[in-house]
Design a protein around this ligand. Structure first.
Ligand SMILES: Nc1nc2c(c(=O)[nH]1)N[C@H]1C(S)=C(S)[C@@H](COP(=O)(O)OP(=O)(O)OC[C@H]3O[C@@H](n4cnc5c(=O)[nH]c(N)nc54)[C@H](O)[C@@H]3O)O[C@H]1N2
Ligand SMILES: Nc1nc2c(c(=O)[nH]1)N[C@H]1C(S)=C(S)[C@@H](COP(=O)(O)OP(=O)(O)OC[C@H]3O[C@@H](n4cnc5c(=O)[nH]c(N)nc54)[C@H](O)[C@@H]3O)O[C@H]1N2
Ligand code: SF4
Ligand SMILES: [Mo]
Length: 732
């Protein structure tokens, strides 16, 4: 007999409410929850593939210990933790705590309790070496927020927006940036029908750009130029919100002077777009100035963040919103009130800029430091390779896949092989797991309880993210791990190490999502003798919630709560302002103006630009192992049909793609939605170095191999050029 249970899909940060069909203890099907008031039955292929992920014959059900260069053997989880704890203690004794690093990847969204316990473990041993995928994703978001400041009343509502700019993001596929993640295709269609004027800047006519009122199909890497151009037009034509600027913004003169360089003609020529479209985009965006609650956001995705100047692009996005006064005002409804995070008083006033970079914790290479985005992951491989005091000797990889995802795959390979201990927490043998000393398989998401707190908190990661209704849900575990499995929840692994190493671990009630918080996080120390349950950890994480977890648990499935919060006026005598003239950003903008447009490499040697993209059936490297859901098993190198013709190529041909740094094979495929000269290809495919050349049609190839971490990188966050990569195409 089939039982159905409401559950939360945690394959990606959208956190859709789903129905899990369970037959004799086995997950057999996932469907959308039509009764859910927020998701209304929406799912995507990745969510519907959860049964295949949970029941996959290749899923690891026992911890693996390396037995020889190419083989692993089963080891009991307690024995594995004994051995790992001993090894860590011995290495700390010899090399100090900085030799131990934890890297948390995208899979952490499936296991939201784990990061807090992992951080507490590192603090317990005294290591500052906590890295995440955030710094090889969109670190510019955190830098820009710090340089600009935040708005204490939060953002405007997608549902009432007059206009909305999406720069290098494709929410229809990614469900992660640019527009609300609950059925983004439908949300964008509805917005279009409502009259919201969507402006998209992307070198491809993406599924999102198809909904655009204006699509600026610009050359990649020109986002700072285009955004500065939009600002220049809005300022020159006096379309801005003068009253808001006078009251709440500083730096207008500095910005005005700097963006004046970016005349419409200059921008149009440089970005290869139509000048009239550029001007129309500026006028359209600013057309709601002065109409309370009707403006809209500028949201940026991985495209601009990976094409250098990501922080500057994000910053100019904030400048556009602030110049237009597109922030919630006193008397407006609060767009995204907290539910499973603590209540706060939304006030129509600035949270002035704060320190966002140059934190005390230094890397030993490239003069990089920790920033508001975290430790620079692009430099972690160097930290493993560079001998001397502080060298990283141990990496615990929590739900990440460095061999597929980190920039410069060849360097990552060398670095991981150089480690004294590599522990990978993953549910299958990934390219990174193949190099590990131990692989610790976890329970999978529907085998553990969950809340929607993580998705709610995503609004602090970037504008346009998280739920745009006061929505919350709790779901218990709906299935048990397969019979005979010896799997360890990720948090329980760190707890197990903590027990063995005599640490006092804790969870904090908010894990960095408390930017708008008045209250400080509550630290709950864990009972290190009697193991807590995952539910108890969720209780700690939601300790200060506006709507208690107890209350949320009373409702089966998700619910939109009656939280009617109104933005309060500015405190009298408050003088803090948002900053749109940050000196470092203004200097970088001048540098952009000074650099030749195709700056990175000689155009003749590398005439194409390889840009990032996402595929609907996988999330980075995860899901590739699932046959049913994956469509193609490789990552095509999409190119414009004219380019293929010019090179004498047809769809399906194998080519060599060379960057100034390295080369990979690729299988070309015609895609007329692309600009000429662009290759659009997703990352996190292929195998370890040497493994994919002959198997490119089976497993694809790894675009990260084309990236250098030492040339063309952001000097603050360390993120290298990972999109807009100069490449050459050779027939083979
Ligand atoms: N060239 C290039 N490089 C890129 C990008 C790009 O666009 N171009 N994108 C970058 C971005 S945005 C990111 S976020 C990073 C991603 O970097 P990573 O997060 O390191 O890479 P993923 O492939 O997402 O790895 C996630 C891993 O988590 C595992 N996993 C999934 N669910 C669970 C779970 O419940 N428990 C555990 N323990 N593991 C689980 C998956 O099997 C997978 O191996 O890559 C970056 N690298
Ligand atoms: N289905 C699916 N969903 C995912 C993921 C996945 O792998 N698959 N990954 C998840 C992760 S880790 C992340 S970070 C998010 C990312 O979410 P998004 O940021 O929305 O990622 P993409 O869909 O790759 O969209 C990036 C867009 O930028 C464009 N682009 C590339 N270079 C440039 C440039 O220089 N300038 C401009 N203006 N555009 C450029 C590309 O053509 C592409 O359309 O998605 C998440 N969701
Ligand atoms: S969008 Fe994300 S959360 Fe929703 S069903 Fe797909 S993978 Fe799951
Ligand atoms: Mo990402």
């Amino acid at each position: 007999m089939t039982n159905t249970h409401s559950a939360i899909c945690r394959v990606c940060p959208a956190y859709c409410q789903i129905i899990a069909h369970v037959d004799a203890g086995k997950l057999t099907k996932v469907t959308g929850d039509k009764d859910d008031p927020y998701f209304k039955g929406y799912t995507c292929p990745k969510g519907r593939a959860l049964p295949e992920q949970h029941n996959n014959p290749n899923r690891l059900l026992h911890c693996q210990k390396r037995a020889s260069a190419n083989t692993f053997e089963n080891i009991g989880s307690e024995a594995a933790m004994d051995e790992i704890a001993d090894k860590i203690a011995a290495i700390i004794e010899k090399h100090g705590p900085r030799s131990v690093a934890v890297y948390g990847g995208t899979g952490q969204v499936s296991t939201p309790v784990a990061p807090s316990v992992a951080v507490s473990f590192l603090m317990g041993i005294g290591s500052p070496m906590h890295f995440t995928s955030s710094t090889i994703d969109q670190p510019g978001k955190h830098i820009a927020m710090a340089a600009h400041g935040l708005w204490g009343a939060g953002e405007l509502d997608f549902n009432t927006a007059n206009s909305w700019i999406i720069v290098g993001a494709n929410p229809v596929i990614s469900k992660a940036s640019g527009a609300p993640g609950n059925n983004p295709a439908q949300r964008l269609k509805a917005a279009q029908e409502r009259g919201t004027k969507l402006i998209v800047i992307d070198p491809r006519v993406t599924e999102t750009a198809k909904r655009a009122h204006i699509h600026l199909q610009a050359k990649p890497g020109e986002d700072p130029t285009i955004l500065a151009g939009l600002l220049n037009i809005i300022i020159t034509e006096k379309l801005y919100d003068q009253a808001f600027i006078e009251e709440d913004v500083e730096g207008f003169e500095a910005l005005t002077e700097r963006v004046a360089l970016f005349t419409p003609e200059y921008v149009a020529k440089r970005a290869e777009i139509d000048v009239d479209q550029l001007i129309a985009a500026a006028r359209t965006y600013a057309s709601a100035v002065g109409q309370s609650g009707r403006g809209g956001a500028v949201t940026l995705g991985t495209g601009p963040n990976m094409s250098l100047h990501g922080s500057l692009s994000e910053y100019l996005g904030y400048c556009l919103m602030s110049v237009c006064g597109y922030w919630s005002r006193a008397g407006d409804k609060v767009t995204k009130p907290n539910v499973l995070t603590p209540a706060y008083i939304a006030k129509a006033q600035a949270r002035p800029p704060y320190k966002g970079w140059d934190y005390p914790e230094k890397m030993r290479v490239r003069n990089l430091s920790k920033t508001a985005s975290g430790m620079p992951t692009a430099a972690l491989a160097d930290e493993m390779l560079l001998e001397g005091e502080g060298q990283v000797k141990i990496l615990i990889c929590l739900a990440g896949n460095p061999m597929m995802a980190w920039p410069d795959q060849n360097k990552t390979y060398k670095a991981l092989k150089n480690l004294e201990l590599l522990v990978v927490l993953d549910y299958h043998m990934t390219a990174t797991a193949e190099l590990a000393h131990y692989v610790i398989p976890p329970k999978l998401s529907l085998e553990t309880p969950a809340t929607t707190q993580l998705c709610e908190g995503n609004k602090h990661y970037g504008y346009g993210l998280g739920f745009d209704e006061p929505y919350a849900s709790y779901a218990p575990a709906v299935v048990e791990p397969p019979k005979g499995a010896d799997v360890v929840e990720e948090w329980a692994f760190f707890y197990g190490l903590g027990q063995r190493m005599g640490l006092n671990l804790f969870v904090a009630s908010q894990t960095g999502w408390d930017k708008f918080q008045e209250s400080s996080p509550a630290f709950a120390f864990l009972d290190m003798k009697n193991k807590p349950t995952t539910d108890e950890l969720h209780e700690h994480l939601t300790a200060n919630a506006r709507i208690s977890l107890e209350e949320v648990k009373k409702h089966r499935g998700g619910k939109i709560y009656e939280v009617k919060e109104i933005v309060q006026p500015k405190d009298s005598a408050f003088e803090g302002k948002l900053c749109i003239g940050n000196a470092m950003m203004m200097q970088e903008l001048a540098d952009v103006f000074a650099e030749p447009p195709a700056s990175q490499e000689a155009v003749n040697d590398f005439p194409f630009r390889l840009v990032c993209r996402r595929l609907n059936s996988v999330i980075n490297s995860a899901g590739r192992e699932l046959k049913k859901s994956s469509g193609k098993q490789y990552n095509p190198a999409y190119m414009h049909p004219d380019d293929l013709k010019r090179l004498g190529l047809s769809s399906g041909d194998t080519v060599l793609l060379s960057s100034p740094h390295s080369a990979i094979r690729g299988i070309v495929e015609a895609d007329a939605t692309l600009l000429n000269g662009i290759i659009s290809m997703t990352h996190a495919f292929g195998g370890n170095p040497g493994e994919d050349d002959d198997k490119v049609s089976e497993i694809g190839s790894n675009t990260g191999r084309l990236v250098s971490v030492e040339k063309n990188y952001d000097p603050i966050t360390g993120i290298p050029l990972m999109s807009n990569i100069p490449v050459r195409v050779d027939c083979i």
